[in-house]
Design a protein around this ligand. Sequence first.
Ligand SMILES: Cc1cc2nc3c(=O)[nH]c(=O)nc-3n(C[C@H](O)[C@H](O)[C@H](O)COP(=O)(O)OP(=O)(O)OC[C@H]3O[C@@H](n4cnc5c(N)ncnc54)[C@H](O)[C@@H]3O)c2cc1C
Length: 513
Amino acid sequence: MDKKVSFTDELPDVTISALLQKQNNVVQPCVIVIGSGISGLAAARSLSEASFNVTVLESRDRIGGRIHTDYSFGCPVDMGASWLHGVSNDNPLAPIIRRLGLTLYRTSGDDSILYDHDLESYGLYDMHGNKIPPQLVTQVGDAFKRILEETEKIRDETANDMSVLQGISIVLDRHPELRQEGIAYEVLQWYICRMEAWFAVDANLISLKCWDQASEPILLSIYKHILPTDECLSGGHGLMVQGYEPVIRTIAKDIDIRLNHRVTKVSRTSNNKVIVEVEGGTNFVADAVIITVPIGVLKANLIQFEPELPQWKTSAISDLGVGNENKIALRFENVFWPNVEFLGMVAPTSYSCGYFLNLHKATGHPVLVYMAAGNLAKDLEKLSDEATANFVMLQLKKMFPDAPDPAQYLVTRWGTDPNTLGCYAYDVVGMPEDLYARLGEPVDNIFFGGEAVNVEHQGSAHGAFLAGVSASQNCQRYIFERLGAWEKLKLVSLMRNSDILETGTVPLQISRM
Ligand SMILES: Cc1cc2nc3c(=O)[nH]c(=O)nc-3n(C[C@H](O)[C@H](O)[C@H](O)COP(=O)(O)OP(=O)(O)OC[C@H]3O[C@@H](n4cnc5c(N)ncnc54)[C@H](O)[C@@H]3O)c2cc1C
């Protein structure tokens, strides 16, 4: 990772003793980071290692944001991010995972997302509890692959954008042989449901034109047999067996983090400072600010800017979509389900399909995690936790009529949680293609990090991490350019090597190859 290297070119030619004489008079530059998700923490860590004075302001009473490992079941259960996408040393999170000796359970050895879990490790059922023959699942999967391939042609043919669902519909008109009937149709809906879960939005809302540009690793993953995958992180997808929390704690170590500090306003002053106002009236003054709050929070204008952000920035914020995905985790006293990674229900619409991640297979704990995305995720947030758990149990009982009640359950509400207001960014039909890049552009001494700023890996933990490091580097460069020669020298003399970004030789621990 490119870090701190370019600054030293601008140093004055001095002796160490002269430097030491001057050192005590130099004030370290001060930066505020808003948000203690993985992006904000990565930014803060990188600034701190570069000897900047950094304070993180976090609205919640916990760190981690959309990475949240819950321990109330007596075992770690990730209610936000749970997979490492790209189980390889190229993944920027690999050095931390390796150093902590965390285990990854690889649900897929390749980079696909639709076929990211071996088909033999799925148990698919219809609404009446009948198991779907695996050959049929494979056969419909092959048809779905062809359909996706054909949608690419539609995109190349048409100047105007359309939704992925419209693209699929045109393909099926042109290629009646790819249409599915009866139970095969329901299996196709289940594949669409899985795709929608990845994007966290229904297929009628995803832009056909942009989904490879903005969600490039995702599309390449979908088209793994069709398009080259050289820009994807390789290594497939691995579940964090001990949960993501240790990674968060490691990045956050020794950083000045103020919990329960909800930022309401960011003002730029005429003397190049920023004033960051927190609910309750406290003000923090700094040389720069890095904003890493979720795109949903920015879209809802929960932070006021003085002067207002320029139009190119506000339009990027409003034009990006934000999807939703919720998890409902159920802990049982005993395991009564088969030893597969995923249990899925097929149905006549993708909305009514569903699936459970079987944590027992990966971690040994008797836990199933239901995942709902798009409109279903939104609708579930209208219910109480108890009603949501009941709904999920009804789904489970379609497959296993004798399923007992869970001993405990957990329900997320990422869409209505005011600290998140959505799951992660997606491309809305008909919008410009440079939104992620614009979102990441600084406005003077206001810098932007967060998942939605990463042009290549948005919607991921490693993408958010990289966006934080990148925002920190831009911020450092900005401040460094404005320092006098002695301040520069002081700063460089204090910089230390990163203890978390280092690349070691310890291999990643993968429990399933
Ligand atoms: C259900 C779900 C499943 C996912 N699964 C995966 C997965 O398996 N693998 C993967 O790689 N990625 C996954 N992701 C995506 C991944 O979790 C995110 O991309 C990443 O965690 C985002 O990090 P971030 O730092 O950008 O934002 P966040 O983690 O959201 O951090 C932003 C922080 O800002 C705080 N904040 C908000 N408003 C304010 C305010 N006004 N003042 C101060 N602080 C504020 C928030 O409380 C939060 O702590 C998933 C996400 C969800 C929701």
